[in-house]
Design a protein around this ligand. Structure first.
Ligand SMILES: [Zn+2]
Length: 389
């Protein structure tokens, strides 16, 4: 709050391959007027810049209408961003984006100060300021975002560790398979993200469970094999839109509505417990959907659990490399997969613990789910500017 009674706010952007998230962030970290617009990266750099300029002008009007004084803009973007706020490299998801003087473009659009940084660096700052790290009092941690690819950020004593050029955190491209590895979007093959990103998980589901996990009325077992829902299995963590990812959250009241249904478990002919609503969702999906995988695994499906365990082992392999490189103890795991909470993280942690050298155990290796969801990047980009002012 300044002397005139208006409140200060920063316009935060989180520019991903599919969506641009936009919000007005005040000094306390409350995100106002949050919205998303399509990135439409294929339309090229000029289209993208005009989308950002338009959002700046709209936000400027909205800010003053709501009694905010706009202090500037912060943007986290997919790709690598150097210390001057220039996009040093972006993949073909954002054609022409490489070389964009992003900070300067925003400054000239608003006549206000701006910062530009990598999107996962922004997410890590958001978690530091308002999210999991803030609630745990963590000042040093490693952030890993499991999404289309894998992004990362090292936070050391409340600051981003950028390395020589600001690009530290490209964990997704550590080579985990030198020969015969899966090709990666970076042009190499055998990168961690080719094995442990959410896209890699979808490929794994396609390979191991091409028919999905549940089919009705029967798939190789006797017709009428009962799936009995008797309330015995905890299923269905809260996966709200805010991706709060409470570890080990209680199941919702809706899951208490149970009945007997007919189906079979692909690759598993045992009787399992499944709430009807979830079963319906499984039947509807014929594509590789990680949410269906996790629902089936929570319900006790043997094949689904095998795939989850394989995925956990793949994630763990990269984390073990990071622990041995950085001697890190706390990891914040973000991306949509963070919503799976402890069901997944405990499996990863168990494998990490088995594989690290004992000397690195120290006071323990802890994996935490990120908690800000869609707001993390927007808040973190705004925070990056706010703490410079
Ligand atoms: Zn790569």
């Amino acid at each position: 709050m300044n002397g005139s009674g208006t409140r200060d706010a920063v316009l935060g952007f989180d520019l991903g391959g599919t969506r641009i998230k936009i919000g007005l962030v005040d000094r306390e970290g409350t995100v106002h007027r949050f919205r998303t617009v399509p990135t439409d990266g294929a339309k090229g750099k000029e289209h993208l810049l005009s989308t950002l300029r338009e959002a700046c002008h709209t936000a400027g009007r909205e800010a003053s209408a709501q009694g905010f004084r706009l202090l500037g803009t912060g943007i986290g973007t997919a790709g690598f961003v150097d210390g001057s706020g220039r996009v040093a490299y972006a993949t073909e998801n954002l054609p022409g984006w490489t070389g964009t003087e992003l900070r300067r473009e925003l400054e000239s659009a608003t006549d206000l100060p701006a910062v530009a940084l990598n999107d996962v660096h922004a997410m890590a700052l958001g978690e530091l300021w308002l999210g999991t790290a803030a609630s745990l009092g963590l000042r040093s941690f490693v952030c890993v975002a499991l999404g289309t690819g894998i992004g990362g950020c090292i936070i050391e004593d409340g600051r981003i560790f950028g390395g020589r050029d600001g690009h530290a955190g490209g964990f997704g491209h550590q080579i985990v398979m030198r020969e015969g590895g899966i090709p990666c979007g970076c042009g190499m093959s055998g990168c961690w993200e080719s094995y442990a990103s959410v896209n890699a998980l979808k490929r794994l589901i396609d390979e191991r469970a091409p028919q999905g996990f549940f089919e009705a009325p029967a798939c190789g077992v006797e017709d009428g094999a009962d799936v009995v829902a008797d309330g015995g299995t905890p299923i269905g963590e809260d996966r709200g839109a805010d991706s709060t990812a409470h570890m080990g959250a209680d199941r919702g009241a809706d899951d208490d509505i149970r009945t007997v249904a007919h189906a079979c478990v692909h690759g598993d002919d045992t009787r399992i417990d499944v709430p009807t609503g979830i079963l319906r969702g499984m039947q509807a999906s014929k594509t590789a959907d990680p949410r269906v995988l996790f629902d089936a695994a929570r319900a006790g499906g043997r094949l689904a659990l095998e795939i989850v365990d394989e995925y956990a082992a793949r994630v763990a392999a990269g984390l073990v490399n990071l622990i041995h490189t950085l001697n890190a103890g706390d990891f914040i795991i973000g991306g949509a997969i963070a919503a799976q909470g402890d069901f997944l993280l405990a499996r990863i942690a168990e494998r990490v613990d088995r594989q690290i050298m004992p000397v690195y155990r120290g006071s323990g290796i802890r994996l935490h789910a990120a908690s800000l969801g869609d707001h993390a990047g927007v808040a973190g980009a705004a925070f990056s500017l706010l703490r410079q002012l």
